[in-house]
Design a protein around this ligand. Sequence first.
Ligand code: VGL
Ligand code: ZN
Length: 199
Amino acid sequence: MPDKALIVIDMQNDFCPGGALAVSGGDEIVPEANHLIRSSEHVILTQDWHPSGHKSFASSHDSAAPFSTVDMAYGPQTLWPDHCVQGTFGAEFHPELNWTKAELVVRKGFRPAIDSYSAFFENDRKTPTGLGGYLNERGLTKLVLCGLATDFCVAYSALDAARLGFKVTVIMSACRAINLGGSLAAQTEAMRAAGVRLA
Ligand code: VGL
Ligand code: ZN
């Protein structure tokens, strides 16, 4: 369909087993992601892309543990192990992901003091990545999402997309979750309530 785009979220080494912020079973979805890529006319990828010393890293805060929460200028922020540092192997796409036909790679999280889960807006919920405008200009109104992690970057992207008026489907079988403090159930319910189709 000419008005439909697949968005593959953060299929990067650091989110796969052996990576710095490994999502359990993250690599298992590569074959299904490849199948979705093959059968989609338009493919967009997102790539978590942090400078070293990024403010979302626990290591950038005095005596803060990974997976704890701190208050940032824009609100509460979960602190993560150092991951997806620009130019490192961990930031590269999984070696078996067939990404060559992707028409756009959206990099996010590159501002040193703002994290960005969503493919559309950074965690201050105000700074746009530009993806919404890109999709609108190209007339891509129907979005299919898969990737990592279900309860963070996939869910934030799906919720923003729905709010912006896109018709959104998340292929849950081609996603895996971090699941921090019940985040998977909460975000699944939030997506359902926002009218996101969960397939
Ligand atoms: C992600 C935490 C930090 C994700 C990215 O891709 O879901 N989660 N950075
Ligand atoms: Zn990140």
